[in-house]
Design a protein around this ligand. Sequence first.
Ligand code: SF4
Length: 332
Amino acid sequence: MKTYYTIPIFIPEKACPYRCIYCNQYKIVGCNNIIQPEEMKTLINTYLSTIPAKAYKTIAFFGGSFTGMSIEEQSHYLQVAYQYLSKGEVQRIQLSTRPDYISRPILENLKRYGVNIVELGAQSLNDEVLRFIGRGHTVQQVETAAEMVKDYGFELGLQMMIGLPTDTHEGALATAKKIIDLKARNTRIYPTLVIKNTYLESLYRQGKYAPLTLEEAVSLSAEIYELFDKNHVKVLRVGLHPSEGLLNGESLVAGPFHVSFKELVLSRIWQKRLDNVMQNNVAGKVKVHVSPSQLNAAIGYGGSNRKKYQGRMLFEADETIEKDAFKIEIVN
Ligand code: SF4
């Protein structure tokens, strides 16, 4: 089985025109420096020295608005990444940016350096929400940028957030559906957190913003994850990467942060499937056969799904079963 590794190049808030109200990349990624092109080689070589040679490796620029830099500056970064790509030492180059920083000259330059994946921070596909959170672009701009990215043959990623101020449960589902309609190949689902030194922190402290509870965030993320899954949009991440500042609470003011957020979401998806099974087997005991990759999620985070049915549900890994399928065996 192929193993995948990402070599992250953090450029926190680089080229962002201003700060969106929820954002403080320095606190979120726990990184205080913008990596410079001349520092990339040392960093990439350090990663490569620990990654198995046969693994599928991606150099990924995160945390800022990559294409907001001048073409010259983008090229300085990309030239370094391209050296590794052209020698076959990495297999992909990926970057994230703002939808209003996409144009034909920019995409042509990215093509020149072999970039494969362009992820756009959509966050919401509702103009009112975008206005409130200070994104500085419209839904129309996301749609136009998404079409251009696909036209140039890049793999399109559209990232979204849940629990944004003025957004709703239905609004977040509508954003997910639009991401599917725009034919994104991948996505990330980020629950909004109140991070220190952001405008959202002041709204929260004034009682003008209430984040989702962990339960609300898990339940909504599970619904959205299933929607993406059914429509073949790959979910690359659910929940923020647990940086040191989030883990020790120094960067976090409030919000649905959990170190194993994705596991909670996958457990919830399985819980819903298993609840359906048990509704039809009210008194019985069942053995659930699942793909080995899904066994932990089916059992649930901390064994939550197994505990829920108190010994009436057994689990078994079965290599013949597909990822989201399962087989039920009545055992009494
Ligand atoms: S959310 Fe993205 S565009 Fe907005 S400030 Fe943060 S890194 Fe920049």
